[in-house]
Design a protein around this ligand. Structure first.
Ligand SMILES: Cc1cc2nc3c(=O)[nH]c(=O)nc-3n(C[C@H](O)[C@H](O)[C@H](O)COP(=O)(O)OP(=O)(O)OC[C@H]3O[C@@H](n4cnc5c(N)ncnc54)[C@H](O)[C@@H]3O)c2cc1C
Length: 325
């Protein structure tokens, strides 16, 4: 299905038709669309295949994005699709299920067709795996959030509850103390602080609520209280630290090299976004958990420049090998 700028399907795809492009981009979030606009403006034939589920889709507003403060994340992508379409980028709604390297090119299977390209750019983002606490999933992106730089300012007058998901959650509580002087740390069994940490939390006025968190109470789009071992503690918002799951199955299936770090296993890229698989590049949250919206926009542009230079190098090699052309 082809999309118009609003992300609505406008034409059914013809099934197994094979299309050629210079670059197929999988993922039309901030990283993928930013790269698409740059490559389209560089007069490359670009196809973006996007499943339409950006990480921040449950948030009504976006912050920390210069010039777009408070804009809806979905509206940003709508604007991005319109800009990309203006430069000839083809936008396809669908999920890419498989890709393979074939005679120096990449073939990508998406719902409705196969695309063949000189380069593949994967910008599929990541999934936030939340602790299984009743009420948390429903409030995700509204009364339960993750990023102080994105939403801390809006909650500076609130009681901020921090629900631990690991021993490192103590750091999240200490960080949030920068935004509010009323922080409650729910150790939730998995995040019991050490003796030194208890002292440091107390010195900064952060209250510790021990015990297992059993639910989040809410009032529409706001978290109002945290239930812990039969008690109910009033809060204005909840922050937590989900387990980050990069959507990198495609990259792994192609054999991309990975490295284990403190936040799990991530696909390796060089400074330009190249993976270890020739012709396969990656950008945004799929390879970097720190890639918030402005960083994803910036890196999308950076990677597009490097990718285009790589294609130009190929074009030069082809011209030298085929003097008649
Ligand atoms: C609740 C919440 C609020 C946030 N608020 C802010 C904020 O205010 N400011 C800020 O800077 N950052 C914010 N962020 C972070 C922000 O969401 C990410 O930094 C950003 O979305 C990363 O962009 P991306 O392009 O890498 O991935 P995404 O935006 O996740 O886009 C990836 C796209 O790829 C698609 N995709 C995945 N797999 C496939 C496949 N196999 N085939 C086709 N398409 C596929 C997805 O459906 C999605 O559309 C927030 C995050 C969360 C969780």
């Amino acid at each position: 299905m082809t999309l118009n700028a609003s992300g609505e399907g406008v034409k059914a795809s013809t099934g197994s038709v094979r299309e050629r492009a210079d670059v197929v981009i999988v993922g039309g979030g901030p990283a993928g669309l930013s790269a698409a606009v740059s490559l389209g403006r560089a007069r490359r034939r670009v196809v973006v295949v996007d499943a339409g589920r950006p990480r921040n889709m449950t948030a009504a507003h976006m912050h920390g994005v210069l010039g777009h403060d408070g804009l809806s994340p979905l509206r940003l992508l709508e604007l991005g699709r319109a800009e990309a379409a203006r430069y000839g980028v083809r936008l396809v709604r669908g999920e890419v299920r498989a890709a393979r390297v074939d005679r120096g090119e990449i073939e990508v299977d998406a719902v409705g067709g196969t695309f063949r390209a000189r380069r593949l750019l994967v910008a599929t983002g990541l999934d936030d795996e939340l602790p299984s606490i009743p009420g948390m999933r429903e409030q995700w992106g509204k009364g339960v959030i993750v990023c102080p730089y994105c939403d801390g300012w809006e909650h500076r007058m609130d009681v901020i509850g921090v629900i631990a998901t690991s021993p490192r959650s103590v750091d999240q509580a200490q960080l949030l103390r920068q935004w509010s002087d009323r922080v409650v740390y729910f150790s939730n069994v998995v995040g019991t602080p050490s003796a030194d940490e208890v002292v440091a939390l107390a010195r900064r006025g952060i209250r510790v609520e021990p015990g297992r968190v059993t639910g989040i109470h809410s009032d529409g789009d706001r978290a109002t209280a945290v239930a812990v071992d039969g008690r109910t503690v009033a809060v204005g918002v909840v922050f937590t630290g989900p387990t980050l799951r990069p959507r990198d199955a495609l990259l792994r299936s192609l054999g991309a090299a990975t490295t284990n770090g403190t936040t799990g296993s991530w696909v390796d890229i060089d400074d330009d976004g190249r993976t270890s698989v020739p012709g396969v590049w990656a950008v945004g949250n799929v390879v970097d958990p720190r890639s918030n919206v402005p960083v994803s926009l910036g890196l999308g542009s950076l990677v597009a420049g490097a990718l285009n230079a790589d294609l130009v190098a190929d074009d030069i090699a082809s011209a030298l090998a085929n003097p008649a052309i």
